[in-house]
Write a new protein. Structure first.
Length: 137
C-alpha cells in the first residue's frame, strides 16, 4: 500500500510530458532506418552506450521524415544517423569518418572530433515544440 501511495505522489509532482516534433531533412534515399537518440545532460552524449530515449524509424521514401517524442521539459541533445544498409551500425571509413548520413540538433557539424552535449543542446519548454535536423550529404 505504501509503495502505491509513494508512486502516486511521485506521479503527481512529476513534470508533465510534452510532445517534441522533429523534422529530418535531406533524406537522399528511401531505404534503411533512422536511428534517433535523445540525450539528457547527465547521459554520455553520442557515445557507444544506448541512450534512455531513442527510436528506430523505417525510411520508405527520399523525403523529409517527421518523428515525435514525448519528453519532460528540460535540456536535451539529439543525434541521428541514416542506416542505409540496415546493419544496425553507423558505417565509417578507415579513419573513422562516417560513410552514412548523420545529423545533430542545432544542425551542429563537427569538424575534427565528436560534438559535445553543449554543442547540440536545445531546451524543450513549449508543448508541440518543433526542431529540424538536416542530415549530411
Amino acid at each position: 500500500m505504501l509503495v502505491w501511495i509513494v508512486s502516486c505522489l511521485l506521479g503527481w509532482f512529476a513534470e508533465p510530458a510534452m510532445i517534441l516534433n522533429i523534422e529530418f531533412t535531406n533524406i537522399q534515399k528511401g531505404q534503411g532506418k533512422l536511428w534517433i537518440a535523445i540525450y539528457k545532460p547527465e547521459e554520455k552524449f553520442a557515445g557507444k552506450e544506448k541512450p534512455n530515449t531513442y527510436k528506430i524509424v523505417e525510411v520508405k521514401a527520399a523525403a523529409p521524415q517527421n518523428v515525435t517524442f514525448e519528453l519532460s521539459p528540460g535540456r536535451y541533445a539529439l543525434a541521428v544517423y541514416h542506416d542505409l544498409n540496415s546493419n544496425g551500425m553507423l558505417d565509417k571509413n578507415f579513419v573513422g569518418i562516417p560513410k552514412e548520413p548523420y545529423g545533430f540538433s542545432k544542425n551542429f557539424r563537427p569538424k575534427f572530433s565528436a560534438p559535445k552535449f553543449e554543442d547540440c543542446e536545445f531546451v524543450l519548454k513549449n508543448p508541440g515544440q518543433k526542431i529540424s535536423v538536416k542530415l549530411t550529404d
